[in-house]
Design a protein around this ligand. Structure first.
Ligand code: NAD
Ligand code: DAU
Length: 371
């Protein structure tokens, strides 16, 4: 199903990129920033699962450089026809099931999209790329967006994950992403497909679906609802502002070495409890509410996530050294911007908090015992 129609003229291969999952959190930030930087045309293939929100792309409604296509990466015929029709010079692959808690409750969709979907996309990409002429072939790239979770968990004093850290995925989500990374690697090694892989730490910022820690806590704090911290709140994540991730992907796409992987991180390790406390203080400051009082009082410790990885941290020295990328945003200022964005964009929030969202919140939290 096509949401927008473009008049197709013959365009050279350099004019277009195909983005998958570009109605999700990182994908929509990427598409918006790509087009803002006067980038070339974007064909945005998204299945519009519960996590895909066309309203995140409302500002592009009249932009002829953007075409949102409602479809599945696993639909080989659809992907083949898009590649034939639009002849992209690159594919940036974000589409995935991305929420660890959901992968524990219902892993099937993660295998289907992250493993089988990536496989189907690679097959179609190989076929398209192998038929490009000798002028277009050298410039083509397939960039696979992956996660630091493939490396497993770190102890408190272990060095951060580097590109040579052994894979040790612990959740069904992480295992499905690890499988997709291996497929991407194999398509380069066996068939010569010009791939790039990025493994990134936890993103935060505008347009993140409010099932993930930071937006969930902002909205619960605003509304005076409980703030459910898993376990003892001592788990550590390395937070990266989403705009910095998008900038890193652009750099890897343009200058990354074919077949290489690049770790991307924020150099901002924080304990979950510290993140939630900081959110409470920001919401108190920006939306004081005498009835609710201090939001810190809403924090409660609940039953832990099964197999909960204790610590992630990224060593991003390779991308800094080779491509000159470093995060621009400090965590404290990025978190302030993020809280402000959610408070200023409540209509977006209401639009994404559908029946399916409310059902998930009920399922994930109702039976989680308080500790
Ligand atoms: P998200 O869940 O917000 O968005 C995923 C998007 O993919 C949605 O728009 C959804 O509709 C789409 N999608 C799902 N299945 C599809 C299918 N079969 N065909 C086409 N589209 C489909 O995810 P996100 O947080 O934006 O993450 C994007 C990518 O970045 C994922 O691959 C994820 O593994 C990776 N990543 C995320 C983070 C993070 O902190 N969020 C960190 C590192 C890496
Ligand atoms: O590390 C990169 C990964 O970061 C990405 O690959 C995933 O797609 C992304 O979802 C994210 O995974 P996490 O599991 O780290 O993110 P989440 O926001 O779900 O949780 C962050 C931390 O907060 C984690 O330690 C679990 C905890 N948590 C989460 C929720 C939703 C809570 O304590 N309470 C909650 O209600």
């Amino acid at each position: 199903m096509f949401f927008t129609r473009l008049t197709v003229t013959i365009m050279s291969i350099q004019d277009t990129i195909l983005v998958t999952g570009g109605a999700g959190f990182i994908g929509s930030n990427f598409v918006l920033s790509w087009l803002q930087a006067a980038g070339s045309r974007v064909i945005n293939l998204d299945f519009l699962t519960y996590a895909g929100n066309p309203s995140s792309l409302d500002s592009l409604k009249t932009d002829p450089r953007h075409l949102l296509v409602h479809g599945d990466i696993a639909d080989g015929e659809l992907v083949a026809s898009l590649l034939r029709q639009y002849r992209p010079r690159a594919i940036v692959h974000f589409a995935a099931e991305s929420h660890v808690d959901r992968s524990i409750v219902a892993p099937d969709a993660f295998i289907r999209t992250n493993v089988q979907g990536t496989f189907a996309l690679l097959e179609q990409t190989k076929s398209y790329w192998s038929q490009l002429d000798s002028a277009d072939k050298p410039g083509f790239r397939f960039l696979h967006v992956s996660t630091d979770e493939v490396y497993g968990a770190l102890g408190p004093h272990e060095p951060a994950f580097s590109e040579t850290t052994a894979y040790a995925p612990n959740s069904p989500y992480a295992a499905s992403k690890a499988a997709s990374d291996h497929l991407v690697r194999a398509y380069h090694h066996t068939f010569g497909l010009p791939v790039l892989t990025t493994n990134c730490s936890n993103n935060y910022g505008p347009l993140q679906f409010p099932e993930k820690l930071i937006p969930l806590m902002i909205l619960n704090a605003l509304e005076g609802r409980p703030l459910p911290v898993y376990g003892d709140g001592g788990n550590v994540r390395d937070w990266l502002f989403v705009e910095d991730h998008c900038a890193a992907i652009r750099v890897v796409l343009e200058r990354g070495r074919i077949g290489e992987t690049y770790n991307i991180g924020g150099n901002s390790e924080r304990k979950n409890l510290d993140v939630v406390t900081a959110i409470c203080d920001l919401v108190d400051e920006m939306r004081p509410n005498p009835v609710i009082g201090s939001r810190r009082k809403l924090i409660g410790f609940v039953e832990d996530r099964p197999g909960h990885d204790r610590r992630y941290a990224i060593d991003a020295s390779k991308i800094a050294r080779e491509l000159g990328w470093k995060p621009a945003q400090q965590f404290e200022s990025g978190l302030r911007r993020t809280v402000r964005w959610y408070l200023d964009n409540l209509p977006w929030v209401e639009n994404v908090r559908t029946g399916a969202y409310l059902k998930w919140i009920e399922q994930n939290y109702a039976e989680r015992l308080a500790l």
